[in-house]
Design a protein around this ligand. Sequence first.
Ligand code: NAP
Length: 314
Amino acid sequence: MLKPLFVVYTINKGFLFLSERDAAMKKIGFIGIGVMGHSIVENMMKHGLKVNVYNRTKSKTDELVRQGAAWQDTPEAITEASDIIFTMVGFPQDVEAVYFGKQGIFKADITEKLLVDLTTSTPSLAVRIAKEAEKQGASALDAPVSGGDLGAKNGTLTIMVGGDTAAYQTAVPVFETFGKTFNLHGTAGKGQHTKMANQIMIAGTMTGMTEMLVYAEKAGLDMEKVIDTLGGGSASNWSMNNYGPRILKADYSPGFFVKHFIKDLRIALDEAKSMGIDLPSTKLAEELYSRLAEKGFENDGTQALIKLWWGAEG
Ligand code: NAP
């Protein structure tokens, strides 16, 4: 069921105001209409928000435009036409291009606007964006998400936010249109650090699930029954419950791209290194996923890790 109310908090001279009329007038910009962006925008529009969209490959926005979104030609144009601008592109270099590029967000007049990056990217880039936004009289949040393609479709994403409290409160009513759990974790970059903590955990659940399935199959067990039973015990986890059944159907479509998971694991390992800590299990997961990508499966979903054991046919 849709949440009926959309309200935006506006900050004025340090006081928090809540205005439904403001809400109706707020325009959302969304840059990056991929697996995640498409579903998030759909959920925003189902809640009555007006959304301007831009994507590198224009055709990916066609369906959303049919549903009422408005196409804009560049990130700069999106920013000019919107009050709160969301970005959800692939890699840190894409984020950099969208914000700092020739027709990027920072080329527009961003005074008093809010910029929210949902991409999983580096903490240092989040800090750079926040500083530039502040310099130009705007606010920025890093707000990477978790919950996968299904979480995006169902509007139940988890959102991990870094930035200042006033900006966070402004974004909350919009987060409510596509997320279920969200928290402010501290200043700029802390959202990305929280997402890295999340990915370190996922490295364990993905490799654990894969080896569990390899073992269970070799032992001649009924695989569906194994997933069902383990799902009720202490080994239950999101990776197994969501990706286990997909693997049994040989469905390796993304979901969450192998190439993006490798990007995340490398960011996590870089950050860990700069903090002087060693994460051997995460390192091994990065090696396994890199091997999978070298075999040509970087555009598969992360559940394809099992192809290292079961071969290309699954
Ligand atoms: P995706 O399907 O590849 O979507 C990314 C979109 O960004 C693509 O449509 C791409 O355009 C667009 N893009 C890239 N650079 C651009 C630029 N310079 N200007 C305009 N558009 C640009 O990936 P996704 O699965 O939605 O993931 C997006 C981000 O969320 C990644 O950082 C990923 O790690 C993270 N994430 C994903 C999931 C998941 O389950 N999928 C979950 C949590 C977090 P093209 O169509 O031209 O390539």
